[in-house]
Design a protein around this ligand. Structure first.
Ligand SMILES: Nc1nc2c(ncn2[C@@H]2O[C@H](COP(=O)(O)OP(=O)(O)OP(=O)(O)O)[C@@H](O)[C@H]2O)c(=O)[nH]1
Length: 796
């Protein structure tokens, strides 16, 4: 073939961008550590979020390689990736924890978090997103926007995280870039801006192979031809002579659309566009700057494509992280509460310290490792910190930068950065850390919403000598995982462990037995029901007056309890309840107090509030019917009456607990069961059978039917550009493209979904798939409640 186009070979290995302090080979890996300090504007705290199996770990692995961090690319399917380092992750080929790694790219420091995709580990995603400044959303080019893609998208929306999107797996038969872009518009409600086009090429036997991409900004073709690890990219300026018919014309259409859409959203680019008139003449740097502005504002999402497994498309994606995702300086300051007021925490190194513990892992050699994001000030090695949540002083033993499961010691973690503290004994996920001499002792950064657990089992140590190791292991795991709940049932004395799903609890069991080497037996996995009240409002006053260990304990409080409205449920905390504590009235009473014995000088308001709060929380664990956790209530604690030194923290807490227990009995309590948001995808011919099964014994409520890959509820008023997919699929492959499936959306009680995957398999001959996540807890009918009570009381 006559070469009529300019061919530029460019080496994309980025080793030189890191300033090496040392290089060591550990387990065949090539580790580099860096002492180079990047300014905050050159820092990117980003996450990779996607549906399960979207290719997050595979993409991260390539990023590490091209950044010069690893000598060889790890493979999820061989269980040797850097970020999936837990035994359970490698065995199952899935991510369970989110790994945090730092690497350099184009003179920027990238702190990257690879999050899990499975719905059982949603909280891992939530706590990571909480501290991120930007995210890459990976979509599977064949499956398009999937259920969990929508979940993580919503989570990122909640925290206002700017995003770029990457349509992966373009090498797979049936991949549709244009279709996925359209799905982003109508399923995610975003405005996708196509920045690249995928290119297919015929191989020797006529099959289409994903070969490279067109960069619509620079109007050049990037291909990774004959290049096993993808480090070398051939760059070719795209002209009309390019030997793939129609490619140049499609690229002109794509670029024109990109410039026109950007001009619609961004006034600065509009001016440049008007001055140039032709979208093809608008300078690439101006387009890049406009893309950055619209991404940061959340008005649009640039879309890229590739096949990470085939080492295609990853470096341009890394460039996009640097070019379009925000630095910590581009983000609005996080909010915190201070003395019941909402304040902003400005990002300044010279300010007082404010850091957020977003993850805790228990390392057998180093002890607890606390992952923190520093929002203002600086954490120095050996510093003493104050934890405003546990109200304890904690001393830093070491500060670390993480390279997945490998580390480098660093002298400090400055504002805008993510790092790890070793030496803190009491800090848990979600805690706020400040300096010891800071007067803002109740400063708390907005914490993480923890979804309600839906499964539980009991755990018993095999012998008395196993009790302590079990207790220690559970304590460590609780600090790591805020979605795990451990509770000792006061009636049976059994330790109950509850979690987000069957997989979550299976992993916990596996870790207890193999990682912590605890000898224990687990009971059958069961559904965690809930209890609530059905009356409109309850008022109750409780006087607690007891003698404990020879000391008189006395306190009184009043409660007002109402069921939460549907709107309030979305903003509820504490197991789906909202607790409000009003102790302002305490002041006046205290001031009027004449009897010195009744003065409250020993307890400050924060301690009284904490004691009331912990008392209510402990009572919420045990409902009056079957002892399941209480949910769906707004509980107002008010008019506390304290009796001098007899009103200890224990008395106040016990009084609150007793008050709620007594009140619940008068509230016509009812049992609730978890209702799941279910999406079942089936071929048309099995639709009837699957619907009948869901609405029959499974008691499902069908919410709607959709067809995969078709535009439903699509807002045509916003025009988007999506390249035609058929251009890139050979007639041979067209026959193999999977037919569109029907998607059933329903609310179904969890209790009827146990073992659903095998039923669905037999109903659809293995062609159906489903996804579920907790929607809410719904009140059981009387008959259903009776059968659950009989089942549980008769040996449950
Ligand atoms: N054909 C093809 N397969 C891919 C590509 N990227 C990833 N895969 C495969 O897809 C599967 C899932 O990849 P992972 O990287 O583990 O996906 P993940 O999103 O990290 O998965 P979870 O963390 O468990 O949610 C593995 O078998 C990969 O080899 C790709 O570009 N093309």
């Amino acid at each position: 073939m006559k070469r009529v186009f300019q061919n530029v070979r460019s080496v994309y290995i980025n080793h030189t961008l890191l300033k090496f302090k040392s290089q060591t080979i550990i387990n065949q890996r090539f580790y580099t550590t860096t002492i180079k300090e990047y300014s905050i504007s050159k820092t990117r705290n980003i996450g990779i979020i996607a549906h399960i199996d979207g290719g997050k770990t595979t993409t991260t692995e390539r990023m590490l390689h091209y950044a010069g961090f690893t000598r060889r690319i790890g493979d999820v399917d061989h269980g040797d990736t850097i970020t999936d380092y837990m035994k359970q992750e490698r065995e199952r080929g899935i991510s369970i924890t989110s790994a945090a790694i730092t690497f350099g790219w184009k003179n920027h420091r990238i702190n990257l978090i690879d999050t899990p995709g499975h719905v059982d580990f949603t909280i891992e995603v939530e706590r990571s997103i909480r501290v991120l400044d930007g995210a890459i959303t990976i979509l599977d080019g064949v499956s398009g926007v999937e259920a969990q893609t929508q979940t993580v998208w919503d989570q990122a929306d909640k925290y206002g995280i700017p995003r770029i999107a990457y349509v992966n797996k373009m090498d797979r038969i049936g991949a549709g870039f244009g279709r996925t872009v359209k799905e982003m518009r109508y399923k995610l409600g975003t405005r996708p801006l196509v920045c690249q086009l995928p290119i297919m090429k015929k191989d020797s036997i006529g099959n289409n192979l994903f070969f490279g991409i067109v960069d619509l900004l620079d109007m050049q073709v990037l291909d990774w031809n004959n290049n096993p690890n993808g480090s070398i990219i051939n760059k070719t300026i795209l002209t009309e002579q390019y030997p793939i018919s129609g490619l140049f014309e499609e690229a002109v259409k794509g670029r024109s659309h990109l410039v026109e859409t950007l001009s619609e959203i961004d006034d600065q680019l509009l001016e440049i566009f008007l001055a140039n008139e032709d979208p093809m003449k608008v300078p690439v740097d101006d387009i890049r700057e406009a893309l950055r502005r619209v991404t940061l504002s959340g008005k649009a999402v640039p879309v890229f494509c590739g096949a990470s497994y085939k080492n295609i498309g990853v470096q341009p994606l890394m460039d996009a992280v640097v070019d379009f995702l925000p630095s910590p300086l581009d983000r609005s300051p996080p909010l915190a509460t201070l003395s019941d007021k909402i304040i902003e925490i400005p990002l300044k190194e010279k300010e007082k310290l404010c850091a957020f513990a977003f993850k805790v892992i228990h390392d057998h050699k180093r002890g607890p490792m606390i992952f923190v994001r520093v929002y203002s000030g600086k954490i120095d090695n050996r510093m003493t910190l104050f934890n405003t949540s546990s109200r304890k002083r904690e001393r830093v033993n070491k500060l670390l930068q993480m390279y997945a499961n490998d580390v480098e010691e660093i002298p400090s973690i400055s504002a805008g950065n993510i790092g790890v503290i070793v030496g803190l004994k009491e800090t848990r996920t979600g805690d706020t850390l400040i300096q010891i001499n800071d007067s803002r002792q109740d400063l708390k950064l907005q914490s993480i919403d923890i979804p309600s657990p839906v499964f539980f089992y009991s755990v018993e140590p095999t012998s008395i000598s196993d009790e302590k190791p079990l207790e220690d292991a559970l304590k460590n795991m609780l600090r790591e995982d805020p979605s795990l709940h451990v509770h000792v049932d006061s009636d049976s004395g059994q330790t109950l462990i509850s979690g987000m799903g069957e997989l979550h609890l299976e992993i916990i069991k596996d870790r207890l037995l193999t990682e912590f080497k605890v000898n224990a037996e687990m009971g059958k996995m069961r559904i965690s029901y809930r209890e609530t009240i059905t009356v409109e409002q309850l008022e109750h006053t409780c006087l607690y007056d007891r003698e404990l260990m020879g000391k008189k304990q006395k306190a009184q409080i009043s409660l007002m309890i109402t069921p939460l409205s549907e709107n309030d449920k979305g903003i509820s905390e504490e197991g789906g309840n909202r607790i409000e504590i009003i102790i302002d009235d305490l002041n006046s009473e205290q001031q009027n107090e004449t009897d010195n014995q009744n003065s409250l000088t020993k307890l400050d308001k924060i301690e009284i509030r904490d004691a009331l709060h912990s008392g209510i929380l402990s009572a919420l664990y045990r409902g009056p019917i079957l002892g399941f956790p209480i949910t769906g209530l707004y509980i107002k604690v008010h008019s506390p009456k304290l009796f001098g030194l007899e009103s200890t923290k224990t008395a106040i807490s016990a009084c609150a607990s007793q008050a709620l227990g007594e009140a619940m009995k008068n509230g016509a309590p009812a049992l609730l069961e978890p209702l799941m948001d279910v999406e079942v995808e089936v071929p048309e011919e099995h639709l009837g059978d699957v619907l009948a099964d869901l609405t029959g014994t499974r008691r499902g409520n069908i919410l709607g039917l959709e067809t995969s890959g078709q535009l439903i509820d699509y807002d045509h008023s916003i025009e988007i550009y999506a390249p035609p997919d058929s251009t890139y699929i050979s007639s041979n492959e067209k026959q193999k493209v999977i037919e569109p499936k029907r998607i059933i959306k329903a609310h179904v009680p969890l209790s009827t979904l146990l073992g659903y995957s095998s039923s669905l398999r037999s109903l659809t001959g293995g062609t159906g798939s489903f996804n579920m996540r907790i929607h809410s807890f719904g009140i059981m009918s009387e008959d259903r409640a009776k059968s659950v009570i009989t089942e549980i009381q008769g040996g449950y």
